[in-house]
Every structure is written in C-alpha cells, then in structure tokens.
Design a protein around this ligand. Structure first.
Ligand code: NAI
Length: 285
C-alpha cells in the first residue's frame, strides 16, 4: 500500500497506460482522479473501482478543463500528491514539408501544452505535500527519427526539456518531476485515430500485438502495466532521490540497429568479415 491516503491525478486514464496506472495506484491505496475525453470508458473504470477511482471529463487541450480537474482533486481530498500527465494520441501524421499549421498546433496542445498546464495547475495543490511527485509521458520518439510522425516526436522531445525545467522550478517546493519514455506498448493508440471499420481495427490490433513482441531485444510485447510500474516507482518513496530524469522503458528498442542485438539479422560488419575471409581463401589458392 505504497500510496495509502495519497491523491493521484491521471490524464488519459480511460485506456492503455493511463488505465493500467489508475488500477495500479488504487491497488496500492491511492484515491485516483481519472481524467479523459472518453466518458463511457472513464465511467466504467470508476464504476468498477468501489469509489477509489473518480472520473472527470477533461479535454487536456483546454487549460480551463485542466484547472477544473486539479481544483476538484485538490478541494475534495485536501491536496494532490501525484500527477501523471499521460493523455495523448498520434497527432498530425504529415511530414514537416506538408504539415498544416492547425494540425501542428493541435498536436502540440495535446502532447506538450497539456503537460505544461497539468503541472501549472497542479502545483498550488501539491505544495506542502510530502513526497509530491509529477511524472510526464514522453516517448522513445524523443530520441530521434523512426518511431513516430515528426510533430509527435518534437512534442515528446519538448516534454523531456519541460520535465527538467519544471524539476528545477519546483525543487523549492519539494516537488519532484520526472519523465518516462515508453517504447512500443501494446495499446489502442495505434488504431484509435484510423478511419477504418471496427472489424479492421480488430485485425490491425492483432498484427500490432504480434509485431510488438518481436520489435525489440526483450522478447515480448510492451504492456501498459510496464509503464504504470515505472510511474509508480518514480512517484513512490523508492524514487525520492530522482528528479529531472527520464526513464526509458522500451525493452531496449533504442539500443541500436536490429543487427546490433539480433543474431538472425545480417550485419554490415559480418558481411565485411565474410568478404575478408573470402579474400584470404582466394589468396591461399
Ligand atoms: P491509448 O490510446 O490507449 O490511451 C490514450 C488515452 O488518452 C485515451 O483514453 C484517450 O481517450 C485519451 N485522450 C486522448 N486525447 C485526449 C484529450 N484531448 N484529453 C484527455 N484525454 C485524451 O494510448 P496509450 O498508448 O495508453 O498512450 C498514453 C500515452 O503514452 C500518450 O501520451 C502516448 O503518446 C504515450 N506513448 C505511448 C506509446 C505506445 O507505444 N503505446 C509509446 C510512447 C509514448
């Protein structure tokens, strides 16, 4: 019961990583304010929780909605101990030479401004709370190209820098701020914005589940629970000496190109060595 008596606010809590975190924090004793735009799924989550999870409709692209969420959690329980800024979606898909300004802005508002104001409006309710902690969701996409569309990757890189700046700004209040960079985690994020029939979404989910188990050095698919556990660690007393940090939870997907960890994958260096062997064999003839 690491979070007994604690108040935890989680955005994007109706699905995937946020939902797993809501379940984990309540299992460990917390009261969770679960915020999302998906009212049906959010209310179902709360209904299944015996009162430990309280759902609040909150579109994190609205700073007023974020403020209302934090004010409700703070006023109903006396203060906020943990904030998990997690809500997100894939955002603009176009490359930089084609992206429209409105799509850029919408994606930045959803993935970066939401985190800034999730912090901004939580802080008044976190001051004076021992062990107060904020965890922001970034992504392996912040490492470089290859993991997501451009706008998403830039927003997630912004979350890393925001995390460091906020950690410095909020140290005076004893509030720690950290980030998590999830790798390929098997959730609805890959299919939810696709304009295809539900049946095809189901098939696509199956393909993604299969791909995710073979995409990185750790030979299983990343699960929402993996990220929830990392969040709970950073937010708990066990993480009390950690602030301004980012934790990669990616099964090693960012370790290097596939040939560097998969013996089945032909490596450039292996090919060069084979050439050398061949040359030696030819010379010996
Ligand atoms: P998900 O699609 O399962 O859950 C995202 C939740 O956010 C949904 O419940 C959705 O309704 C909610 N949401 C979307 N827009 C919102 C808004 N404007 N206001 C409030 N709630 C909103 O996706 P998942 O994978 O659990 O994503 C959670 C976070 O993890 C996101 O920030 C995502 O970018 C990040 N992430 C996910 C990775 C993955 O492989 N699944 C990898 C790296 C980062």
């Amino acid at each position: 019961m690491r979070f007994s008596g604690k108040t935890v606010v989680i955005t994007g809590a109706a699905s995937g990583i946020g939902k797993a975190a809501a379940e984990l924090f309540t299992r460990d004793g917390a009261t969770v304010y679960a915020a999302d735009i998906d009212v049906a799924a959010g209310e179902a989550l709360a209904a299944a929780s015996d009162g430990a999870i309280r759902f609040q409709h909150c579109d994190v692209t609205s700073t007023e909605a974020i403020r209302a969420l934090m004010d409700r959690a703070g006023s109903e329980t006396g203060g906020i101990d943990v904030v998990f800024n997690n809500a997100g979606a894939g955002g603009a898909r176009a490359k930089i030479h084609e992206v429209e300004p409105a799509d850029w802005d919408r994606t930045m508002d959803l993935l970066l401004r939401s985190v800034a104001f999730g912090i901004r409006y939580a802080v008044p309710h976190m001051q004076g709370r021992p062990g107060a902690s904020i965890v922001n969701v970034s992504s392996v996409a912040a490492v470089g190209p290859g993991y997501s569309p451009t706008t998403y990757a830039v927003a997630k890189a912004g979350v890393l820098h925001l995390t460091k700046m906020a950690a410095a700004d909020l140290a005076q209040f004893g509030i720690r701020v950290n980030a998590i960079q999830p790798g390929f985690i098997n959730t609805d994020i890959f299919t939810s914005s696709l304009e295809i029939p539900d049946e095809q979404k189901g098939m696509a989910k199956g393909v993604i589940a299969q791909m995710s188990s073979n995409a990185q050095p750790v030979k299983r698919g990343g699960q929402p629970r993996d990220i929830a556990e990392a969040c709970a660690f950073l937010a708990s007393d066990a993480g009390s000496f950690i602030t301004g940090a980012s934790l990669l939870v990616d099964g090693g997907i960012t370790l290097g190109p596939r040939y560097s960890w998969d013996p089945e994958e032909p490596a450039i260096f292996g090919a060069l060595e084979a050439l050398e062997e061949q040359a030696k064999a030819n010379a010996g003839k």
